[in-house]
Structure formats: C-alpha cells, structure tokens
Design a protein around this ligand. Structure first.
Ligand code: B12
Length: 244
C-alpha cells in the first residue's frame, strides 16, 4: 500500500515544485534524543517534503496571484499548509499527522527535526559539527546544515507526513549522497552557515544543477512583513506570470 501512496503523493506535490522522500519512523527515532522521538512503530511510513528551486515559480507564485494578499499570515506558510491539507484530503480515511518545519511544542522544541528526516530518507546529507574531524572550533557550538546533491543549499525542508496506520517493512534504505567530503569543505560549510548565513554563500558550497531565480531570491531576501508590498509592486507592474 505504501508504494501506491508514495507515487500518488509524489506526483501531486511535484506539480508545485515539492519533492517527496519516504522513510521509516524507526530510522528517525534511532538518531534523535528522547524528547523528539515519535511513539510509533519502527516500520511506520512517513514522507519528508522538501521545496526545490521550482516551488516558487510552479507553486507559490500562482498561489500568491490567486490570493487577495490581505491575510496577516505569511503566504509561504499558508501555501504549504494548503499543500499538506490537500494530501490529507486525498486520504481522508487514513490517520495522517502532517507536521510543518515551523511547528513548535509548548516547551518551544520543534515538533520534528527535518534535517534528521532529510538524512535518514536519503534526500540530503545533514552535516553536523561531529562530522568534522578533528573539531577545529574548540568549545564553540555550531548548527548543522543539510546539503542536497542537486540543489546544494538552494532548497528547504518543509515538513513530514506520517501515515500512522501504514507500515513499510520493505522500504529500502538509501544513504544520502555525501557531497561535501573533505575536512576543509565541511569546515567552510559550517562556518558559512553559522557566521555568514545572510550572504547565502553556504548554498553554493558545491556546484549546483538548479537554484533560485532572481525573483525568488528577492522574495526570500525580503522580510516576511515586507513581502506583501513587494508582491503588490510586482502586480502593479503587470507581472502576472513568472518568467524570470
Ligand atoms: C530553531 C531553528 C533555528 C534557530 C536555532 C538553530 C538550531 N539548529 O538549533 C535559529 C533561529 C538560530 C535558526 C537560524 C537559522 N536557520 Co533554522 N531552524 C530551526 C528549526 C525550526 C529547528 C532546529 C532545532 O531546534 N533543532 C534542535 C536541535 C537539538 O537539533 P539538532 O541540532 O539537529 O540535533 C539533533 C541531531 O543531531 C540528531 N542526531 C543525533 N545524532 C545524529 C546522527 C545522525 C547521522 C543524524 C542524521 C542525526 C543525529 O539528534 C539531535 C536531537 O536529539 C529548523 C526546522 C526544523 N523543524 O528542524 C530550522 C532550520 C534548521 N533552519 C534553517 C535555516 C536555513 C536557518 C537560517 C539560515 C535562517 C533562514 N531560515 O534562512 C539560520 C542559520 C543559522 C544561524 N547561523 O543562525 C533550515 C536549514 C536548511 C538546511 N539546508 O539545513 C531549517 C532546516 C529550516 C528549513 N525549513 O529548511 N534556526
């Protein structure tokens, strides 16, 4: 049953530039600390959803044009909630837990660690401080970053869909491609992500096949509170389709 669900969900989300990567909840639980584990069977079927560089032009842009832009919520979050809801509706008879990357528990911990899900699903290698030997930073703590083999850092990990009553014992395990192999490059990657993330240079740590368009860079480079004005400016300029 999971094979069928995977192909249908992947097909539906690909239309809006989202990629789907299956994993077992047990693979995720094996890595994360107690607070983050899901109390579910090892073989429970789950999907990680990532946004590719195409999400903006193929999905979000059309959504923005359709919406009145009057809401107070961020358009991106609203768009992604709509995509996850559409999948839940496709399988209305199933118990699906959809968790977005931005969802927090009352204790302020994230509900899901999407970088770990990205690693165990084979989608994107999660480079952490402990992957750099010997540790060149002493006591300094650095955040880890995931790198996709085709998009480098030009993508985002948007959340997971957990099919609580679907088991996938036969799902083959894929290792994430280790595309940042040397000590020097891993060190450089973590330093760019932690100390210079605003210049986005961590995204280009490896040569990429496909990255954000200029318009997408401008949109994501604008603070959420100022994005509405940017969209209004684009609309006033008669830019009703995205051809950048
Ligand atoms: C809270 C948060 C922040 C906080 C704290 C950062 C942090 N990593 O803790 C702040 C505000 C600082 C932040 C900043 C940024 N963030 Co942020 N953030 C998050 C968020 C919501 C949760 C991260 C978190 O709290 N993790 C908790 C800690 C404890 O988890 P952890 O370090 O991974 O530890 C676990 C693993 O080590 C695992 N584990 C243990 N052993 C092993 C072994 C293996 C092999 C594996 C796989 C796992 C594993 O177990 C640990 C838990 O027990 C995630 C989205 C999400 N829901 O995951 C985005 C996320 C990490 N952020 C992201 C980004 C891009 C940024 C920024 C660049 C800003 C931006 N949005 O553009 C900056 C960059 C960092 C910086 N220099 O400040 C991206 C990273 C994308 C990527 N390619 O990796 C994410 C994934 C969001 C997304 N939608 O894609 N962020």
């Amino acid at each position: 049953m999971y094979v069928n669900i995977l192909s249908k969900v992947a097909e539906r989300l690909a239309k809006v530039g989202l990629e789907t990567h299956p994993f077992k909840i047990g693979w995720y639980n094996e890595h994360v600390g107690e607070h983050f584990k899901f109390p579910l069977d090892y073989d429970t079927f789950a999907l990680l959803v990532i946004s590719t560089p195409d999400m903006f032009e193929n999905g979000l842009w059309h959504f923005i044009l359709r919406e009145e832009c009057t809401g107070t919520q961020d358009m991106l979050d609203t768009f992604l909630k709509e995509q996850f809801s559409a999948i839940k509706q496709m399988y209305a008879d199933m118990d699906i837990e959809a968790i977005h990357d931005f969802e927090m528990l009352p204790n302020h911990r994230p509900r899901v660690l999407v970088q770990t899900a990205g690693h165990v699903s084979g989608a994107a290698y999660f480079y952490q401080q402990k992957d750099v030997h010997p540790n060149p930073w002493g006591d300094k703590k650095l955040f880890g970053v995931s790198i996709h083999p085709k998009y480098g850092g030009w993508f985002a990990l948007r959340g997971v869909l957990i099919f609580k009553n679907v088991q996938c014992a036969e799902l083959p395990r894929l290792n994430p491609p280790d595309c940042v192999q040397s000590f020097e490059l891993r060190k450089e990657l973590l330093e760019r992500f932690n100390d210079r993330w605003q210049d986005w240079s961590y995204r280009d740590i490896i040569p990429v096949e496909h990255k954000y368009s200029e318009r997408q860079k401008q949109y994501f480079g604008t603070l959420p509170k100022d994005r509405k004005a940017l969209i209004e400016k684009w609309k006033a300029g008669g830019e009703s389709h995205c051809n950048l």
